[in-house]
Design a protein around this ligand. Structure first.
Ligand SMILES: [Mg+2]
Length: 340
């Protein structure tokens, strides 16, 4: 360690460089049949045919949520939803959850009851019982950690590393609503019923559990992950793990009528919000081009909504090339500046 290195702080290197500093030391301890850091969930082999998948997520007041904006019911619901979304990303069925929470001592019991009502509501929807956790006092902010364990058939476990050249890139639903909802809250924009629909997507995201399990059973589907940071950064994880590149068409991103109408009114670029806005918690996956039409027809029959084809996987070095009306765009390394 150099002298300069000694005085560096986490903000100087970022989350991923921090993980890189210790990941390999633990890798040596992991069995060949299992997988640690690097996908939506860890994978632990149970027997010849099945895996457990395990995920955990941390939410901190004022970093991940504003107590003044999100209701306690919504916060409880969302705390579990973001974890279930990672289980969906593996094509797995969620089994159990664990909840640890740090609470300032001045927190109202009523607030906590309503938090647990939201958590329970989503637990009930997918029959995922809360099996344990921890509660502790926190100095002045709420801290929430949830862990979920799921199960998947080995042959149906979908990793980020499974994208192939020639695959099509697809998503399961509209993109950008959640980011637009957050922006409405942060900028205190006056809310109509349309604005409120976008905010609802931000506060009550619906994990694509059933869609993930359904897609996972289809051999045409290759790499899969959930969309938590926006496809412009999430897709790069698939590209890096699969050592591929992608062409993505901005004009093919699915955008809700609500986002289109508010974007017009506020002078936002809806396509760029759809490309880079976070917290959609839908699924991003790659599919064999030959098998797409049949997969899409069957998906529509099952879920009453289509899949959205947004681009293609190519050979290359983890880069996304962006297109609009078939013209390649020059997008800076900084990415999109979608609310300017
Ligand atoms: Mg994820």
């Amino acid at each position: 360690m150099s002298i300069n290195e000694k005085y560096k702080q986490i903000k100087d290197i970022g989350e991923f460089a921090f993980i890189n500093r210790f990941e390999s030391k633990f890798d040596q301890m992991i069995k060949d049949s299992d997988m640690g850091i690097g996908d939506d969930c860890a994978v632990v082999s149970i027997n010849e045919t099945q895996n457990h998948v395990i995920t955990t997520d941390l939410l901190i007041e004022d970093i991940h949520f504003l107590k003044t904006e999100i209701s306690p019911f919504e916060l409880g619901y969302k705390s579990l939803a973001v974890n279930l979304s990672d289980i969906a990303a593996m094509g797995a069925k969620p089994l159990y959850s664990f909840l640890s929470i740090g609470i300032p001592t001045s927190t109202d019991i009523d607030y906590l009851d309503r938090f647990m009502e939201g958590y329970h509501k989503l637990s009930q929807k997918y029959n995922v019982p809360l099996m344990g956790g921890d509660t502790t006092k926190s100095p002045d902010k709420i801290v929430i950690n949830v862990a979920v364990i799921g199960i998947s058939e080995k042959e149906n476990t979908h990793l980020r590393s499974m994208a192939c050249s020639g695959d099509l890139v697809c998503v399961t639903d509209n993109l950008g609503d959640s980011a637009a909802g957050l922006n409405i809250l942060l900028n205190k924009i006056e809310q109509t019923s349309v604005h409120k629909k976008l905010i609802k997507q931000h506060h009550l995201p619906e994990p694509n559990i059933l869609e993930g399990m359904w897609l996972a059973k289809h051999k045409q589907v290759h790499a899969m992950m959930d969309i938590s940071d926006g496809i412009s950064s999430d897709l790069k994880h698939i590209l890096k793990a699969s050592q591929k590149s992608a062409d993505i068409h901005l004009d093919k991103l699915p955008i809700s009528n609500e986002l289109n109408s508010i974007a017009k009114k506020e002078n936002w670029n809806a396509q760029e919000i759809a490309a880079s806005g976070g917290e959609d918690y839908k699924l991003l996956f790659t599919v064999d081009a030959e098998g797409f039409d049949k997969l899409n027809a069957d998906f529509e029959k099952e879920f009453n909504k289509p899949l959205y084809l947004i681009g293609e996987i190519n050979e290359g070095r983890s880069e996304i090339s962006w297109f609009k009306n078939k013209q390649k765009l020059a997008i800076s390394k900084m990415g999109f500046d979608h609310f300017s």
